[in-house]
Design a protein around this ligand. Structure first.
Ligand SMILES: Cc1ncc(COP(=O)(O)O)c(C=O)c1O
Length: 447
């Protein structure tokens, strides 16, 4: 261990202080799925995102079983934005998921992976007309977000000389606030019904599905019961009034992961509903409102619940210092550039081995030259050495897709397969990656 200038800190030996016990057990993790962390960083560098194939597949099976044991016709759609690394999408597609995309870029990614148009759900508030045309031609499921899209699709239908099957996105009050009311058409105000009436009167589009996504990290299973009930009621009404046959309802994503929300006292184990809780609420509502008619196909676009806990970030302690208030501050090689979700989660942070010494209040900072680069403002840690590897989790959802090339290159991503073998699934970036799309006009080139 290297020398550090001594300081005097008050330590409450006998009992817990307001920050917890100085003797608190250290959380230690030396491997992921049997693969040693130091071996991983030696081979692929630090920081390093690591995904466990086994965790992904286990989570998927539990959720799939919860639904398919209650309902005969369920289809999962992998939410690309949650994590669109090709290897991760491939795992979900191999498990039977179709693709759920919200832009032409994500659509192209799914197609490049070999997913057929008919197995792509196309959501999102902005679908350029050209992207819509391709999606229509390839038979994708198009979920209309606003009236302009109805017009665009009608023009495409005229150009192609055929009717286009469509679904609309519906937003609604499910008792969760703030409501996600900026996407799609509102249920309570009658806007969703009016949009369907408008689609019907145009005669060029045919409504075959109803979609809603009520938000993300939903801790109330009953909100899904309400959402499903409203979609089913709308289905019954428009089938009766317009003679439509609604083949499917899509209840979106939003099931919570076992991450710990900042400011929430209870542990995720206590507050996060189980897969069975979500499935029961949704399927109960379908059966209650089926009116003896054929049951619609049920689509789910679950993202974070399926991938968050399968993702880890390994980061190395690069230095430490004492702040003027005597708090210890560690500088890590990963910060908010890689952990977008650190704004609202208190991650699980584990040490690579047991460290001697008393725990003391410490701060974990990232490598950015920015005051806001904080991974943990306050964590009880024993004295750590330079080179200590910390494992931060769960980080599988929304961090890889939202990580930034801000100040530092983005790191490699590794997948550990079911036999405990590691595979590189994304190379770390370098100067070439960053510069490849940049152009310097001739007249300002440095001579
Ligand atoms: C339309 C749609 N579907 C699915 C998802 C996935 O949500 P989650 O990752 O919370 O399950 C999102 C995310 O916001 C979304 O906007």
């Amino acid at each position: 261990m290297s020398y550090t200038k001594p300081t005097i800190n008050r330590v409450d030996f006998a009992m817990m202080s307001k920050y917890g016990s100085p003797h608190k057990t250290q959380k230690v993790r030396s491997s992921i799925d049997g693969v040693d962390l130091h071996e991983l960083t030696k081979e692929y560098g630090s920081p390093l995102f690591v995904f466990s194939q086994r965790d992904i597949e286990d989570k998927y099976r539990v959720l799939k079983d919860a639904f398919s044991s209650r309902y005969p016709n369920v289809q999962f759609g992998w939410s690309y934005k949650t994590n669109y690394l090709n290897a991760i999408c491939s795992i979900f597609h191999n498990l039977g998921s179709c693709a759920e995309v919200v832009s032409e870029f994500e659509y192209q990614k799914a197609r490049a992976l070999g997913i057929e148009g008919k197995d792509i759900i196309f959501n999102g508030p902005y679908k350029p007309k050209e992207a819509l045309r391709v999606a229509v031609e390839e038979g994708a499921k198009i979920h209309i977000d606003h009236l302009f899209e109805i017009n665009d699709l009608e023009e495409i239908a005229k150009e192609l000389g055929r009717t286009i099957p469509v679904a609309i996105r519906v937003n609604m009050d499910t008792g969760i606030y703030p409501q996600w009311s900026r996407f799609g058409f509102n249920y309570e105000s009658g806007e969703a019904y009016d949009a369907i009436k408008r689609i019907h009167s145009g005669g060029l589009l045919k409504l075959t599905g109803l979609h809603s996504h009520i938000g993300t990290f939903m801790l109330e299973a009953k909100a899904y019961g309400m959402e499903t009930a409203k979609l089913m009621q709308l289905k019954n009404r428009v089938e009766k009034e317009f003679g439509y046959e609604i083949e499917y309802i899509d209840i979106g994503g939003g099931f919570a992961s076992k991450n710990r929300l900042k400011g929430v006292y209870q542990s995720p184990e206590v507050i996060v509903p189980t897969a069975d809780d979500y499935a029961q609420a949704i399927t109960d509502a379908i059966y209650s409102y089926s009116n003896g008619k054929p049951l619609p196909k049920l689509y789910l676009e679950t993202g974070r619940h399926l991938i968050d806990e399968a993702g880890y970030l390994l980061t190395t302690v690069e230095s430490f210092k004492r702040f003027p208030d005597a708090k210890k501050g560690y500088v890590l090689d990963a910060g908010v550039n890689l952990l977008y979700t650190s704004t609202w989660y208190d991650f699980n942070i584990e040490l690579d081995r047991h460290y001697n010494g008393l725990n003391e209040a410490s701060m974990l900072n990232g490598p950015l030259c920015m005051n806001i680069d904080i991974i943990s403002e306050h964590i009880m840690l024993p004295p750590l050495d330079r080179g200590t590897i910390l494992t931060i989790s769960p980080v599988g959802a929304y961090n890889v897709t939202q990580s930034m090339q801000f100040i530092r290159y983005r790191p490699a991503v590794v997948l550990i397969d079911n036999e405990g073998k590691s595979h590189l699934i994304k190379e770390k970036e370098n100067l070439e990656t960053i510069n490849q799309n940049e152009v310097i006009p001739e007249h300002i080139k440095i001579k």
